[in-house]
Design a protein around this ligand. Structure first.
Ligand SMILES: [Cu+2]
Length: 181
């Protein structure tokens, strides 16, 4: 009897581990080789791992003015309740790599650095916009075209995710002059 019981326990445990593995398998791959996005593998935006109380507002992807250059993703991430959260990764369908950057101007010289985490809270949303934080998109797929909506997944430090569809737009001439120096 004891044997049967422990076998059943093992099965339950095994199923739990499998479910965990399936969850982490959906996380964005950190390396650039992940540029191939399997069609039909879009995660359900209502999946239970969606971060509670967190939302992404006014997201937009701007295409590079020069083909082959990186694009950029702007948005605001905010929350309406709970403890502060930290954004640690962004995955964009159709971009081989997405990096969080912060632009800074020191002594009239603008530069940007990669950042690995950005914290936000109920009182302090994190704004990703020109001249500050932004997400730079490398190795854009040919399917990334103005007028399309692409799926973007934001991953928080606690493993929660927010997925949303983001419109792709051309970069205007003036904007282009301001973009990523
Ligand atoms: Cu940048």
């Amino acid at each position: 009897m004891r044997h049967i019981r422990s076998a059943a326990l093992t099965l339950v445990l095994g199923a739990g581990i499998l479910a965990l593995a399936a969850c982490s398998g959906a996380a964005p791959a950190p390396d650039a080789t992940a540029s191939t996005t399997a069609p039909g593998s879009a995660p359900d935006p209502m999946a239970p791992d969606n971060a509670p109380h967190v939302s992404v507002v006014d997201p937009v992807i701007k295409l590079p003015t020069v083909p082959g250059n990186p694009g950029v993703l702007y948005f605001t991430i905010e929350q309406d309740a709970g403890k502060a959260n930290t954004l640690v990764a962004v995955h964009v369908d159709g971009a081989g790599r997405a990096e969080m950057h912060e632009s800074k101007t020191v002594n009239g010289v603008t530069s940007m650095d990669q950042v690995t985490s950005v914290t936000f809270s109920q009182d302090q949303p994190a704004e990703f916009k020109a001249g500050g934080y932004h997400v730079m998109l490398f190795n854009l797929a040919s399917t990334m075209k103005a007028g399309k909506d692409v799926e973007v997944t934001f991953t928080l430090a606690n493993g929660d995710k927010v997925s949303t569809f983001v419109p792709v737009q051309e970069t205007g001439a003036m904007e282009g002059m301001m973009e990523h120096m």
